[in-house]
Design a binder for this molecule. Structure first.
Ligand SMILES: CCCCCCCCCCCCC/C=C/C(=O)SCCNC(=O)CCNC(=O)[C@H](O)C(C)(C)COP(=O)(O)OP(=O)(O)OC[C@H]1O[C@@H](n2cnc3c(N)ncnc32)[C@H](O)[C@@H]1OP(=O)(O)O
Length: 177
């Protein structure tokens, strides 16, 4: 995770885990630590983005391949901790979605107060497409953002929306070129 101060009050927080910013336990820990440190330093707002062409590919599936029970438990704790920290942060949080944001990548964006996204990208929770279901707090985030019926349809079908369709249903707030 890298931090660039745009002014004394606004920080650009970049996920920097090539090639796709898959959320490993360490990346989630780094993000949470960074947000907490910025909160402790009188910063007012952050822009969360990526240093590569993918915003975030979701959970690191490689880390979840044949894990020990202990690892799954600590991984899950880290994911929940990151979500709680970001969602409840006193900072104004903006997601600058500058690449694909599937699954937990979408969760990160939806946990922010405002979402801008570059065109020709995709965002959504596609877990059902590969036989997983999103945890209830992902579901609530989606329902709070696009409405319950739309969320139900998107989650059932594991739809990844284009930038334009995401704007049309309120999943993002602005398209930025
Ligand atoms: C046995 C018990 C198990 C218990 C487990 C319990 C856990 C329960 C889990 C329940 C979880 C539910 C919620 C799940 C949330 C998630 O986030 S799951 C992750 C979902 N993510 C995706 O579906 C995205 C998959 N990736 C892509 O679609 C594309 O990679 C991309 C993001 C659109 C980027 O495309 P492109 O730029 O063309 O790059 P690629 O060539 O596809 O990929 C580059 C390399 O990155 C690797 N990679 C991609 N995504 C991931 C990932 N999520 N995790 C790990 N690695 C990833 C990809 O394999 C490539 O690797 P190399 O081939 O080695 O280069």
């Amino acid at each position: 995770v890298t931090v660039e101060m745009k002014s004394s009050k606004v920080a650009i927080v970049r996920m920097n885990r090539p090639p796709v910013n898959a959320l490993s336990k360490d990346l989630m820990h780094g993000l949470r630590r960074t947000i907490c440190d910025l909160e402790d330093n009188d910063v007012k707002g952050i822009v969360l983005t990526s240093s590569s062409k993918v915003f975030c590919a979701g959970l690191d599936l490689a880390e979840l391949l044949n894990p020990t029970q202990e690892f799954v438990s600590s991984f899950w704790k880290e994911l929940q901790g990151l979500w709680i920290t970001l969602y409840s942060s006193r900072l104004v949080t903006v997601a600058a979605v500058n690449g694909a944001a599937p699954a937990a990548g979408c969760m990160l964006a939806l946990s922010c107060d405002y979402r801008m996204m570059s065109s020709k990208n995709v965002i959504g929770m596609n877990e059902t497409k590969f036989g997983l279901f999103p945890p209830p707090w992902f579901v609530e985030l989606m329902a709070d953002t696009v409405g319950r019926r739309k969320a139900e349809m998107l989650l059932l079908q594991g739809t990844l929306l284009s930038t334009e369709d995401a704007l049309a249903c309120g999943m993002i707030d602005q398209i930025v070129e």
